[in-house]
Design a protein around this ligand. Structure first.
Ligand code: BTN
Length: 247
């Protein structure tokens, strides 16, 4: 990277490998809480569990640095960011039924429209979390092992990242400010209102062996509580959880 990363703080740039990498550089250089960077294209974007995240122009790629001092709230940051983004989009498009698939995917009509990747770093002097959100605005990526959609597809008209970037950023920042000031109440209430995984729903997680159970809700750390088969409560923190289809 040739340009000074500090020049990219709170800016939309044309291209980078990953906005999460840029935000991390900014954080390591001491940028304040809430600093953000967005790119029109990403050449090496990544998703959760080491997956690739396509950098299609017209979609949103945005990363925010959070310096929430109370580390007990850290496990709530991914869900709070997803809920904040969903709240902003719901306000702009009230007829679009945007939901949260735990822990931090944005879904519409049973398909994934966006996701959040949080990466934390700490040393003796400081700690921070980089929150990266990818939102399929103009186009949905193909070739994934799950159904995807885009804001444009859901709205029935073309919507470019430029039209929603500020609203999504504000939604995330407001959610984080609320989390710091008043705790997890609002994020938790909104999550339950918009959750894909409703109580009693049958879900599956894990690979070889695959586990299954019924959703109970979320716990005090933002984890998914599941009553597992054949019995017993499990607390899931970062697993890929799928709706279990009837055979
Ligand atoms: C997921 O797997 O659902 C999370 C996807 C997160 C993608 C975003 S795009 C902006 C930021 N930069 C990255 O490399 N990843 C995140």
């Amino acid at each position: 990277m040739s340009a000074d990363p500090e020049l990219m703080a709170n800016r939309v740039i044309d291209e980078c490998s990953s906005t999460n990498d840029l935000a991390r550089l900014l954080a390591e250089r001491g940028c304040p809480d809430g600093t953000w960077v967005s790119a029109r294209r990403q050449s090496a974007g990544r998703g959760r569990h080491g997956r690739k995240w396509e950098g299609i122009e017209g979609n949103l790629f945005l990363s925010v640095v959070s310096r929430i001092p109370d580390s007990r709230l850290w496990s709530w940051v991914p869900l709070t960011a997803a809920v904040g983004a969903a709240a902003a989009l719901r306000e702009r498009a009230p007829r679009m039924d945007i939901r949260i698939k735990w822990p931090n995917d944005l879904w519409v009509g049973g398909a994934k429209m966006g996701g959040v990747l949080c990466e934390a770093a700490a040393n003796r002097n400081e700690s921070f979390i980089v929150i990266g959100i990818g939102l399929n605005c103009l186009e949905r990526p193909g070739g994934l092992d799950q159904e995807t959609t885009s804001l444009s597809e859901a709205a029935g008209k073309a919507i470019h990242a430029d039209e929603v970037r500020v609203a999504v950023l504000q939604g995330i920042l407001e959610g984080l400010a609320e989390l710091q000031a008043r705790g997890t109440g609002l994020a938790s209430r909104r999550y339950h209102q918009w959750a894909v995984f409703t109580p009693g729903m049958r879900v599956q997680w894990g690979v070889s062996p695959t586990r299954s159970g019924r959703v109970r809700g979320i716990g005090s750390a933002g984890e998914l509580l599941v009553w597992a088969d054949p019995g017993g409560m499990e607390r899931l923190f970062a697993e890929d959880v799928r709706i279990r289809r009837a055979f």
